[in-house]
Write a protein that binds this ligand. Structure first.
Ligand SMILES: Nc1ncnc2c1ncn2[C@@H]1O[C@H](COP(=O)(O)OP(=O)(O)OP(=O)(O)O)[C@@H](O)[C@H]1O
Ligand SMILES: [Mg+2]
Length: 310
């Protein structure tokens, strides 16, 4: 089972959209996917159709209960309307978690331990983080094989990225295991604006091997999809935004297959061969695709997030 966190200390950069879109593709590929909403604002929970954010079972109970067992964790999971896509919902009470957990030993590893108990139940887990460095984000980062850092292609967001990278460095100093592996995902790229093009260049230049050599374009359909409570790949698989997330999804699986082959289930690995067979041949779509990227096709193939390259 792979575990990915989507995290940034900057708000509004596309974290929740990234989780919903990757999960949407996984659901379409019949993978068993669990998403975890660790943001007390519960955007992901409501994106997936749950208006009442105080569902009976939610993430708070995992943090509040010492000595978790497998049944307890399974019980905290809510099925969504999309078969195969399950959710551990957020709740407003999560906002109090830092206070609640203060002083408890091993406080940063609660989520990692909980996920270990159910590691045979899912192909992939994706965790949506709040834009705040605290116990919720630290738990998500420690539980992950890979952290995705969506970064809006605008100057202020680049500043926010520096804060996140400092956090990774601090965490790597205290964690003796593998350390935190991360990939920056440029989001909301608008090729018509100079600021967007320039900041994408800065990202490629400054973060080289740590940045995905493609980007998620601006697509108004994301707002429509969250308003309709349906992940965009399920609502409209051929929109520009969907196609970009499809490409990201396959690159990430290929990367994990190289890096953590023992954690990639056969079902997840199989999407790579399906992808060759199902190559979309539609003139419209390929035109859109060409619009999406600012860099050459050759650039897009590379997803090399070699550790220590930053
Ligand atoms: N590629 C995109 N094109 C257009 N709009 C987008 C794109 N990605 C996200 N959005 C929109 O931008 C807004 C912020 O996105 P999102 O909620 O995913 O960010 P976030 O990082 O999770 O925010 P927060 O820090 O508040 O949790 C949403 O309205 C979303 O629909
Ligand atoms: Mg969010």
């Amino acid at each position: 089972m792979l575990v990915w966190s989507v995290a940034s200390q900057k708000g509004g950069v596309g974290k929740t959209t990234t989780v919903a879109s990757l999960a949407g593709w996984m659901q379409k590929e019949h993978l068993r996917v669990l998403v975890i909403d660790t943001d007390p604002h519960a955007s992901l929970t409501s994106y997936l159709g749950f208006e009442d954010v105080n569902l009976e079972h939610n993430l708070y109970e995992l943090y509040a209960t010492p000595n978790l067992d497998r049944d307890f964790v399974l019980n905290a999971i809510t099925r969504t309307n999309f078969q195969g896509l399950d959710l551990i919902a957020s709740s407003m009470t999560l906002a109090t978690i830092d206070r609640k957990l203060s002083g408890r030993v091993g406080v940063g590893r609660i989520l990692a331990n909980a996920l270990k108990l159910i590691e045979d139940c899912y192909d992939i887990v994706i965790i949506d983080c709040p834009p705040v460095l605290g116990a919720l984000m630290v738990n998500a980062l420690f539980a992950s094989t890979l952290v995705l850092v969506p970064t809006q292609t605008e100057f202020l967001a680049l500043k926010g990225l520096e804060g996140m990278i400092r956090t990774f460095k601090i965490m790597n100093q205290v964690d003796n295991d593998e350390g935190i592996d991360y990939t920056i995902i440029p989001t909301m790229f608008d090729k018509r604006t100079k600021a967007s093009v320039k900041s994408l260049d800065i990202l490629y230049e400054n973060y080289q091997n740590r940045v995905w050599k493609s980007c998620i374009p601006i697509d108004t359909k994301f707002r429509e999809s969250s308003a309709r409570r349906v992940p965009l790949p399920i609502m409209d698989a051929f929109s520009r935004g969907s196609l970009a997330y499809r490409e990201l999804f396959t690159k990430l699986i290929a990367y994990e297959l190289d890096k953590h082959p023992h954690l990639v289930t056969p079902a997840s690995a199989s999407i790579l061969s399906n992808d060759d067979e199902d190559e979309v041949v539609s003139e419209d779509v390929s035109l859109n695709k060409a619009d999406i990227v600012a860099k050459s096709v050759a650039d897009m193939v590379s997803l090399n997030t070699t550790k220590g390259a930053d």
